[in-house]
Design a protein around this ligand. Structure first.
Ligand code: UD1
Length: 430
């Protein structure tokens, strides 16, 4: 069932239910996968907890196993042990690498630990062009030689050293790879215009606990002092803020009342501000959020690197805004193909006009059930949300995308009162 590239299942959603109840967040997808890769950096067992039950995690385990690393993954217990006591090999397994985007995050650790890496272009969501130029330019600045051939990138860095690197854009993946490479480089590395997403802060803090001195965590300037070796650590994955935002928006779109547990509201400052501006009541507890909504109002949103509004919540917000009174404007600045979902929402009755990377959403519009195809993790979740709001039945296809990023999505929505089931595609095709 947890296969990130294929699932013949669909979600059948009957709209109209109001979400009520409690949902506890999983560990963050975009943290756990990188923490697993960071296990390559030390000679010993890194023990991760709160690892989410999502399909990308076993694939990342396969990437690491293909490098000769011992991985004990227990998704039911939400734990993963990565033991690279034996130095990893340097050629990442193509099959596993090309299935998920996060596989690229073994590049920095391999260059750090064995001073050499060969890797195919990673897979992942088709949400626009996703080049590796910043990752590679940073490694070159640190003394690496990079060759591209046979569809793979090969990096040699016998004299990996610290460098001053200014990123063109605060790329999450490039920041993580350069950060991890820098931990075992000789000397100090300065990464300017670094990304500072909470998941990167989680990675930085785990690397610190492994013995890497890092200054400027959570700021756009990271300074990493290279050390000779890192040591094993036990680490709890930070909660998934995108999952939090998705459940909050689903609750609000259905006029519901949902408590989200194990949440860090500080990681969601802008999404919560936008929800409140849209008329949603958000009550913050110590590690809980209560989200209640009735009448929704239009709001303008611009996606940007953290602490900006996350691109990974843009599609879900768009569904919410179809139910808000007035005209909302949504601008996508991070990826170049993230409005492909709009056509499907329009087919359900949404009034959305796209001009380049801007979308105007006029609401509220009653949505009608339809058959939708999710093209990435987030549009899969947003399609499901649209189904919850729409009248009649909605079928969400390609749910393997949802499995890649949302743990137990259907049972958790059912527990909140949603009328949703996961059935084989043959049930709705036949
Ligand atoms: C990560 C997340 C993804 C999230 C994104 C932005 C993972 C597995 N995925 O993706 O969910 O949507 O951050 O928050 O963590 N770019 C370049 N050259 C590079 C690297 C990136 O031009 O070398 C561009 C990309 O094409 C994109 C932008 O920078 O337009 C942002 O990409 P980046 O922040 O690197 O995202 P990912 O790490 O791929």
């Amino acid at each position: 069932m947890l296969d990130p590239t294929s699932s013949s299942d669909v979600f059948r959603v009957r709209g109209g239910a109001v979400l009520r109840g409690t949902v506890r967040l999983s560990g963050a997808k975009n943290s756990a996968l990188k923490l697993m890769a960071a296990g390559l950096l030390c000679d010993g067992a890194v023990r991760l907890t709160e690892v989410p039950r999502i399909a990308d995690v076993p694939v990342m385990a396969d990437v690491l196993r293909g490098l000769g690393v011992r991985v004990d993954l227990d998704l039911d217990a939400r734990s993963c042990v990565v033991d690279a006591t034996e130095p990893p090999s340097w050629h990442a397994p193509r099959d596993a690498v090309t299935r998920i985007r996060a596989s690229i995050s073994v590049l920095g650790p391999l260059v750090a630990r064995v001073r050499r890496a060969r890797i195919a272009p990673p897979g992942g969501d088709r949400i626009g062009s996703r080049p590796l130029d910043m990752h590679l330019r940073g490694l070159i600045a640190m003394g690496a030689e990079v060759h591209e051939g046979d569809g793979e990138v090969e990096v040699h860095a016998p004299d990996l050293h610290g460098a001053q690197i200014t990123l063109d854009f605060p790329s999450v993946g490039a920041t993580e790879n350069l950060l991890m490479a820098a931990t075992l480089a000789s000397g100090t590395t300065l990464i300017e215009n670094a990304a500072r997403e909470p998941e990167i802060q989680d990675l930085c803090r785990m690397l610190e606990a492994m013995g890497a001195p890092i200054h400027g965590i959570g700021t756009p300037t990271l300074e990493i002092e290279g050390v000779d070796e890192l040591h094993p650590v036990d680490w709890e994955t930070c909660p998934d803020r995108i999952e939090a935002g998705t459940y909050a928006m689903a609750a609000a779109a259905t006029g519901g009342d949902v408590v989200i547990e194990r949440v860090r509201a500080a990681d969601l400052t802008l999404p919560l501000l936008k929800l409140r501006t849209a008329g949603v009541v958000v009550e913050e507890g110590a590690d809980t959020l209560r989200v209640k909504a009735d009448d929704l109002e239009a709001v303008d949103v611009v996606t940007l690197p953290y602490p900006g509004f996350p691109t990974d919540l843009q599609a879900q917000l768009m569904v919410l805004l179809t139910q808000a009174a007035g005209t909302s404007r949504c601008t996508e600045n991070v990826f170049d193909s993230r409005f492909s979902f709009v056509e499907q929402l329009r087919g359900m009755g949404a009034d959305i006009e796209v001009d380049g990377h801007h979308a105007l959403i006029r609401g509220p519009s009653p949505l009608k059930g339809a058959t939708l195809a999710g093209s990435d993790v987030r549009t899969g979740a947003a399609s499901t949300m649209a189904g919850l709001v729409a009248s009649g039945e909605t079928i969400v296809r390609d749910v393997h995308h949802v499995d890649r990023g949302y743990a137990d999505f259907v049972p958790r929505l059912q527990a909140l009162g949603a009328d949703i089931e996961r059935v084989p595609a043959s049930d709705v095709d036949g």
